[in-house]
Structure formats: structure tokens, C-alpha cells
Design a protein around this ligand. Sequence first.
Ligand SMILES: [Zn+2]
Ligand SMILES: [Zn+2]
Length: 303
Amino acid sequence: MKKYLFNPENKFYKANLHCHTTVSDGQFTPAEIKERYAAEGYSIVAYSDHDRVVPHPELMDENFIPLTAGEYSLNDRPDTVYPWYTIQTYHLNFISKDINAKEFLDWDKNQYGVESVNRLIEEASARGYICQYNHPRWSMQVPQDFIGLDIFSFEIYNTAAEDDLFCGDGEYEYELFCRAGGKCGVAANDDNHRERHHFGGFTMVSAPSLTYDNVIKALENGDSYATCGPLIKELYVEDGVLHIKTSPCSRIGVLTDSRCHGCAEGKDMESAEIALDFPHEYIRIVVCDDMGRRAWTRAYFDV
Ligand SMILES: [Zn+2]
Ligand SMILES: [Zn+2]
């Protein structure tokens, strides 16, 4: 029997789940962001300006979903006393299930630690928000800061952090999160403040059709993957063998919680079958193209 990791009847929609506009410290207005991202084939942008939730329902149409969101921070020391560039900090994107949401929590910036953050995530959840953990390396965080977070998505790549500070990669941090039993989706996002951050990493969301509710459900379920270029078109397991179809690529890896792994290599590969005949608590798939760009799935614990 086939176990589909992406429902073959769904479509993939291109998303940027982390974005700044002139509502906070971004270069472009919300409407300009829509125009630019829609022109590049994006169907979904989360408008996650700093420390506020400002909905943009006027930007919604049949081909574009403006997710209502805000990026909130929690610091290990007050950034009003210590220089901001020395503090460890959580940056969390809260995305609302309600496009018209404006209210958020009263936010104390200095409640550091997994327990405090999970309490805030729970309070936010009661108000209809889901939470994505952003750019661990830019935030100067260590495993004890993120293992155990109750999040729907882990930012595995951040274009702006990579472009500005060579620290956009979060794959190893995600690996540590999974090895500790963490379960969530993955996202690659631009975190665009300026034009040079546009169109780096993106997230492909698998949904039956493009509606606000379907996008939220897909994100909650982890029906998405993250990429800097390669596309995953089909993914299922049948009789202990992983079947994958992709855009042209040169390596496909099946990674696990240990050194056990599977791999397929070739020139302009567009599909592979990899036997899962090794011990694994979970598998996650990495696709690499000729230019070294990667796509990442979340960890699947039930295959
Ligand atoms: Zn941030
Ligand atoms: Zn940001």
C-alpha cells in the first residue's frame, strides 16, 4: 500500500512565511510586496512585521493569500540595557487563523526559555495563532533554547540572515530538534527587509486549493517542504521503498536520527527509489541540485 507524504491530489503553492514591509522596518509597502512576489510565482506571503499584527485582507484574491502574522521577540537580557547585537533572542512568527485578527498577547520581551515560550505559544494558540521558530543561528541560540518548542514550523533557511551575516542555515539545529523527538514542519523564508533579500529560500505548501483555511491547515499538518531551488513533485513510501519525483537534481539523501541513511546520485535525476532498509526513528529527505542548492522535507516519524 502507498503511504503518501504529499497528497497527490493536492497542488503545491509557493510561499514566503516571513516578510517585513513599511509597516515596520521593511523597504516595500504590503501592496508592493504582493506585486513583486506574485510576479515570481508566489501564492502566499505571511506579513510578519515586528511586534505587531496588521492584517491586509485587501490584498487577498483568488491567486494570493496574505497571511496575517507578526514577528515577536523574547530576549535573554533587556535590549534596552545591553547592546541588541549581544543578546540571545527568540524570534517567533505568529500566524493567525483569522485573516482579520489584530489583537495579540501582552508581550513581555524578557521571559526567556523554552518553558516561557511554550506558555506564550499556548496562550497565542487559544487566540488562534500558530507559531514558527525563526533563524536560530542569527538569534545566537543553542539546543537548550529550542529543543521542546511547541511549534508548527522550524525555519531551516533564512535568506536575509544568510545574505547579511552568513548565518541563514538552520538545518543542523533542526536535526538536533528532531533527534530530541521534536515534530514540526520546515520553512525556507526570505525575511525580506530589503530588495536584496527577495526570492532566496521559499516554502512549498501542499493544499487541495488556495484558500486561507486550507493554507493554515496544511501548515499545521506539516504538509509543506522548504527549498532554495529544487522542487519535490511526488513523495510516497510503498513496501518499504521511498519513491520521489523532483525537478532535475544530482543527489537525493534520506537522513535519519543516526548515521544510517539512503542516497541516490546521478546527472539530471528527476526521480529515485530508495529502500528504507536501515534502522530509523524518522526519515527526512534532502534534494540537492547541480548548483548545490537544497530542498528539505520535515522529519517523518511514521514511515
Ligand atoms: Zn527575526
Ligand atoms: Zn524577520
